[in-house]
Design a protein around this ligand. Sequence first.
Ligand code: ZN
Length: 254
Amino acid sequence: MIRVTIWNEYWHEQTNDEVKKVYPEGIHEHLKKVLGDEEDFEITTAWLEKDEEHGLSEEVLNNTDVLMWWGHMRHHEVKDEVVERIMNRVIFGGMGLIAMHSAHYSKIFKKLMGAPCSLHWRAYNEKARVWTVAPLHPIAQGVPLEFPLESEEMYGEYFSIPKPDDIVFITWYKGGNVFRGGCTFTRGAGKIFYFHPGHETCPSFYNENIIKILKNAVRWATPGIIPDFEGGHFKEPLEPEVTDRPPILDDMKK
Ligand code: ZN
């Protein structure tokens, strides 16, 4: 089983009627439903006000293979000790992280990127077209070369992230902007995917291609194993019989 925890700020859905219409039970419950038909996904949800630790206790994180994150207005309210805990679980435990939409500004994403993660945006929704630019990447399997989103918030370049491991998707907007909207990163033992769709008033999480991409991303971000990840001495050389080392400076002088 792949143990997935879907974390949502869960604020807009409770305070804004327009958002409530699109995601009446909250984005987290909606995602749980649409991803839940994968038989090997074991999905739980958490949100900002679930408990003192935002539903992300040590125990929850230690039992999470992939953490999905949606946040927007209340990033600053996520406790630093919880962010630290998530970061350690990603870097040393190999937990995958999928940062969705405005999670580009979440504490955990910015901390893992070590960069401002700012971008250009427009405060209304417009037609977008998602282009698959790494079609062989595991996250792109079964995804068309391009597909439209009838309505999505414009997030555009320049996106101040570190150079990604792979740019899997680039999005074009009717207003003319483009965006590296689907990027992968590695931090320590953990795999990270940022994916831009998912504005709270847009139905992107109902789109079959978006759902496919998120399912692929969960599988891709599942922890792998790095042999002897913690490091240490190689006290003895592995090839003691090899003596034809290249000359060092002193030898060359003679
Ligand atoms: Zn938004």
